[in-house]
Design a protein around this ligand. Structure first.
Ligand SMILES: O=C(O)CCC(=O)C(=O)O
Ligand SMILES: [Fe+2]
Length: 258
């Protein structure tokens, strides 16, 4: 995590080359959300994000400072991907799907999203990240040593205790869809605090843009019908960003009602 903290501590002139509000720039640093003009609550955070696959191509667009950034983050992204694939393999075994089910296109792409929440003078007026479920297949989140992540359960926001060197694993919307709602993606958000800066790193395992997502036939019980229509992952992402991840609405266009 240190290299991420070091990145955000760099003077502005060292970060300006990656700063951009252009959503099409694959590697970018920005403040608040991608939707600053339309968001209801401005977010108290900076976010650095970039793709990690294929590594040889992506690494060339990653930040060049701190000087160790590329080397450390390359190793981190390889290990996070390995861990994610191992968890997906166990989930596929648990669901009764064949070995390698989540390999290839379903988990081809990956994105690293690093959040930096500076101390906030009045945390009651803002959020770190608004309520959402992750749009991807699986997230490997390192939340550092500070509280801030909350999950929504039984009508309440519950703090997720930061455990030193532990990851939080989030089921994304795509895993919920493929499993025909057998696995549920967890709604979460991040709050800020007035004491210390908090830096977190979310490694998103994503399907490739053109990958077709649909409930797997073997997971639709005989008394059930598919809960979602087939779609390409890029269609989901477009809709997700236009709805700013609203967890009530972002599945709607893909739902089938029996
Ligand atoms: O910073 C956190 O604890 C959560 C971040 C998050 O949910 C995300 O980046 O999707
Ligand atoms: Fe998230």
């Amino acid at each position: 995590m240190n290299v991420f903290k070091e990145f955000f501590e760099l003077p502005a002139e060292d970060k300006v080359s990656v700063y951009s509000n252009n959503l099409k720039r694959p590697c970018r640093l920005y403040t608040s959300s991608s939707n600053y003009d339309h968001e209801n609550v401005h977010l108290w955070r900076d976010n650095l994000r970039h793709p990690c696959h294929p590594l040889e191509d992506c690494i060339k667009i990653w930040p060049q400072k701190p000087t160790r950034y590329r080397e450390i983050v390359a190793t981190y992204s390889i290990e996070a991907k390995k861990l994610g694939l191992r968890i997906l393999e166990l989930l596929s075994e648990g669901l009764g799907l064949g070995s390698g089910f989540f390999g290839d296109k379903l988990s081809e792409s990956s994105l690293l999203s690093v959040n930096h929440y500076p101390p906030c003078p009045d945390p009651s007026l803002t959020l770190g990240v608004s309520r959402h479920c992750d749009p991807n297949l699986l997230t490997i989140l390192h939340q550092g040593d500070e509280y801030g992540l909350q999950g929504f359960k039984d009508g309440e926001w519950i703090g997720v205790e930061p455990l030193h060197n532990a990851f939080v694993v989030n089921i994304g919307h795509q895993l919920q869809i493929i499993s025909n709602n057998k696995l549920k993606s967890a709604e979460h958000r991040a709050v800020t605090n007035s004491r210390v800066a908090r830096t977190t790193a979310a490694f998103f395992i994503n399907p490739s843009d053109d990958c077709v997502i649909e409930p797997d036939k073997s997971l639709i019980d005989t008394n059930e019908s598919p809960a979602y229509r087939p779609f390409q992952f890029k269609e989901f992402l477009l809709n997700y960003s236009s709805l700013m991840g609203n967890p009530e609405k972002c599945l709607e266009p893909f739902e089938l009602h029996a």
